[in-house]
Design a binder for this molecule. Structure first.
Ligand code: FAD
Length: 465
């Protein structure tokens, strides 16, 4: 068996693993990364990037369809648009290809060695990889587990046939006539909205009383309104109980015990993701767990000396930018730098329509921590730039400590607000007070003015409302 030794071995080349390996390579650490599928992991191949490509195509199609239906207030009319989803998917695959090749190029540039195959731990320092050329043994001084996560299956509605996960939904070659989405979290709603815009009849089945249950009701209300406008039926407090044996329809039961059969061309199950902790020899290691995740400390160290873990396998929020920040930090720790996890905010974005951003605490979360707060929101209906983009739905909301005005959390819902997330996180990381945000000149006309106005309003001095 071929044997290799290195200083650092990274298992899994998703955003956590690949960033860790590149940074380690840049720092001159002899690094090997093992990946079973493609560099980029879930995020680049079947997650963040492909979903945003599909969402963009669906948005463009919906805009043109509105114009063709004579519903545009912009005075533009055109003939009915058509979409060839196969070509859309080819375009999306091309972007994915460019990005995954890009990561492979960055590995080369940083001097990182890559091994393609499935890694299995023999012990905390040794991994066996099934490669196309046969098994290979890798010994390392330090190991980083970055195996990521996989979709959760519903035992009553198992994957297979027309029951699909987000991965298959992102590769459909034809727009389904009807789509039932189980799970009203961000992945289900992002994809459900996109297919509704492409013309599918979409029904969302959510067991909890609200969609996007991780966000507060004020923030998600505009998303619910838009889903209704798009003709998406949302069944909250409803459980998917199985498939009708004869028709294949999805059986749904409401809290009140009412039963209903939902016939659908495809059933998309998006009830969450779980850390990938099986199939790679975790049983050979003595790792402490935190529930279903690998337990880590503020340096992403596990309970085993020389074994770090990063990304989705280590806990919530399971987001690409958390994984990347952990990956970068761990590489620097391995290089001997003094680093620890001291982030104030991990922003979360739902690329729904309208988009939702949350960084830091919501007003309820801040109050639940016993804090006295000042909170205010500024609506996009009073923002000139939003009006010029037909984006008057939504707002920016700021929450700060009542005593010293230190900003604790910022949320927004509205068209394109994902791009505001950077200034929200920056404000929280810099320890901004309401006066800092209100006193920063925000370019006119931009949606970002709503951020400054929300801070001004919290100080009791809003100008444009
Ligand atoms: P992953 O990206 O899951 O990568 C793990 C890699 O490890 C995989 O490539 C896997 O093949 C490999 N691997 C695992 N075990 C082994 C082994 N034993 N041997 C070899 N290789 C192995 N996040 C956001 O921040 N923003 C978004 O907009 C967003 N949208 C999403 C949309 C969808 C549809 C989905 C599914 C996810 C989305 N996410 C989004 C979540 C994001 O993709 C994950 O948080 C992120 O990919 C986690 O990175 P990771 O490095 O921990 O793991």
């Amino acid at each position: 068996m071929k044997e290799v030794s290195c200083k650092l071995l990274v298992v899994g080349a998703g955003p956590g693993g690949y960033v860790c390996a590149i940074r380690a390579g840049q720092l001159g650490i002899d690094t090997v990364i093992v990946e079973a599928i493609k560099p980029g992991g879930t995020c680049l191949t079947v997650g963040c990037i492909p979903s945003k490509a599909l969402i963009h195509a669906a948005d463009e199609f919906a805009k043109l369809s509105r114009m063709a239906a004579g519903k545009s207030s912009l005075g533009i009319s055109l003939a009915e648009p058509k979409i060839d989803l196969k070509r859309t998917v080819d375009w999306k695959d091309n972007i994915v290809g460019r990005l995954t090749n890009g990561v492979a190029g960055l590995f080369k540039k940083a001097g990182v060695k890559t091994v393609h195959g499935w890694a299995k731990f023999r012990d905390g320092k040794t991994v066996e990889v099934e490669t196309e050329m046969g098994p290979q043994l890798i010994r390392a001084e330090t190991v980083v587990i970055a195996t990521g996560s996989v979709p959760v299956a519903l035992p009553a509605v198992p994957f297979g046939g027309n029951v699909i996960s987000s991965t298959e939904a992102l590769a459909l070659k034809q727009v389904p006539g009807s789509l039932a989405v189980i799970g009203g979290g961000y992945i289900g709603l992002e994809l459900g909205t996109a297919f509704a815009k492409l013309g599918s009849k979409v029904t969302v089945v959510e067991a909890l009383p609200r969609i996007l249950p991780l966000y507060d009701a004020e923030l998600t209300r505009p998303v619910g309104r838009r889903l209704a406008e798009l003709g998406v039926e949302v069944l909250t407090g409803a459980k998917a109980t199985g498939l009708d044996a004869r028709t294949g329809a999805l059986n749904v039961e409401t809290e009140a015990g009412k039963k209903r059969a939902l016939p659908a061309d495809y059933i998309l199950v998006t009830v969450g993701r779980k850390p990938l902790t099986e199939g790679w020899g975790i049983e050979e290691l003595a790792l402490d767990m935190a529930g279903r995740f690998i337990r880590i400390d503020d340096q992403c160290r596990t309970s085993m000396r020389g074994v770090h873990a990063i990304g989705d396998v280590t806990g919530e929020p399971m987001l690409a930018h958390r994984a990347m920040a952990q990956g970068e930090m761990v590489a620097e720790i391995v290089a001997g730098h003094k680093r620890s996890w001291d982030k104030h905010a991990i922003p979360a974005v739902c690329f729904t329509d309208p988009e939702v951003v949350s960084a830091g605490l919501s007003p309820e979360e801040a109050r639940a921590q016993g804090r006295e707060v000042r909170t205010a929101l500024f609506p996009f209906s009073a923002n000139g730039r939003a009006m010029t983009m037909l984006g008057e739905e939504g707002f920016v909301r700021v929450t700060a400590r009542a005593d010293n005005h230190l900003v604790l959390g910022i949320q927004a819902v509205g068209q394109g607000v994902s791009e505001l997330s950077a200034s929200f996180s920056l404000a929280l990381e810099m320890g901004a007070r309401l006066e800092d945000i209100a006193g920063t000149i925000h370019a006119h006309p931009t949606q970002s003015e709503a951020f400054a106005e929300a801070a001004m309003r919290a100080l009791g001095q809003a100008l444009h409302i």
